[in-house]
Design a protein around this ligand. Structure first.
Ligand code: THU
Length: 131
């Protein structure tokens, strides 16, 4: 699947964002090894700390549906600031994905491609399997 196609699905998911506090809407689309796709959006809360990012919504939905192997993720935000994943989302990705896992980060105009290894080098895991 082309990055542009995954980004388009993430853009559709962005429309469901619940972001009344930041007004920063984010959508994500996660491509699974079996070619199924799970999307997610950010879900904010009046208590702020309970906010769930779009990436984690997509990943947790996939896990809940029994998926464990992932090929790529696209993350799209409204406006000009590119939605590079927060530290919590990077750590969640490391739980399931290796350092070569492609991460496409897009805004209204363009997208960048990076990898999980670049986003979170020397990541923590109990068995040292990421060394
Ligand atoms: N957010 C995401 O959903 N993903 C990112 O990669 C960056 C941040 C959300 C969390 C919050 O709802 C809003 O963007 C502002 O931080």
């Amino acid at each position: 699947m082309k990055p542009e196609e995954l980004i388009e699905i993430a853009t559709q998911a962005l429309k469901n964002a619940h972001a009344p506090y930041s007004t920063y809407q984010v959508g994500a689309a996660l491509l699974c090894a079996d070619r199924t796709i799970f999307s997610g959006c950010n879900v904010e809360n009046a208590s702020f700390g309970l906010t769930n990012c779009a990436e984690r919504t997509a990943i947790f939905s996939a896990i809940a549906a029994g998926k464990k192997e992932f090929q790529a993720i696209a993350i799209v935000a409204s406006g000009s600031a590119a939605p590079f994943p927060c530290g919590a989302c990077r750590q969640v990705m490391v739980e399931f994905c290796g350092p070569d896992f492609p991460v496409y980060v897009a805004n209204d105009d363009e997208y960048a491609t990076t990898t999980l290894g670049d986003l979170l080098p020397n990541s923590f895991d109990l068995e040292g399997s990421h060394e």
